[in-house]
Ligand binder design. Structure first.
Ligand SMILES: CC(C)(COP(=O)(O)OP(=O)(O)OC[C@H]1O[C@@H](n2cnc3c(N)ncnc32)[C@H](O)[C@@H]1OP(=O)(O)O)[C@@H](O)C(=O)NCCC(=O)NCCS
Length: 154
């Protein structure tokens, strides 16, 4: 894979938010559900300061994004989205490893993930362990699998 990871520019944020929506839709959600997710999947300019973001670029095109926020010894994986045409090619793992390394470098010992149910097996493959459920930030009443990745155990 020839993807390079780099920070995004502020001008690229609308492109990233569109990628997040396109990627989330691979699980077959309907229009109403996707519309309810739009706000949570939109990356605001202030998040460039409050979190770390990496985009994956291949041949000049952004094909993936990861976002992690560290608070003390805890990290939250806020986003991990791969372009639908690039699934199962190793890019999710590359972005996950970036997020874990970034969080570790910032002093975190554990990374929490509130996963889409269809993405949870991927996180388990990445070594994360199930840790109950968390309420969806987009859909009232919907519970999402919560997983914890112990950092330093890649
Ligand atoms: C989850 C996601 C990021 C995984 O990215 P990906 O590039 O397809 O994953 P990779 O190719 O790096 O896969 C790494 C490993 O996980 C496995 N894997 C990937 N997706 C999987 C899934 N949905 N279920 C089970 N295993 C999965 C792969 O088979 C591979 O295993 P291997 O090393 O034994 O071959 C991607 O499916 C995605 O963007 N989905 C839509 C958006 C989404 O739901 N994001 C997560 C929000 S919480």
């Amino acid at each position: 894979m020839t993807c390079v990871l780099r920070p995004p520019t502020v001008e690229e944020l609308p492109t990233l938010s569109a990628l997040c929506l396109r990627s989330k839709a691979v699980w077959g959600y309907g229009n109403d559900f996707m519309e309810a997710c739009r706000s949570e999947l939109t990356i605001e300019a202030c998040e460039l300061q409050s979190s770390s973001i990496a985009v994956a670029e291949e041949n000049g095109k952004i094909v993936g994004v990861a976002q992690v926020r560290v608070t003390g010894s805890w990290a939250d994986l806020l986003k991990l989205f791969v372009e639908p045409t690039m699934l199962r090619g190793g890019l999710g793992m590359k972005l996950f490893h970036w997020a874990a390394s970034e969080a570790t470098a910032m002093g975190a010992h554990r990374m929490a993930i509130e996963a889409d149910p269809d993405a949870a097996p991927f996180y388990r493959r990445m070594g994360a362990k199930d840790s109950g459920f968390a309420p969806s930030g987009s859909i009232p009443g919907r519970m999402l699998p919560k997983l914890i990745k112990e950092l330093g155990s890649m």
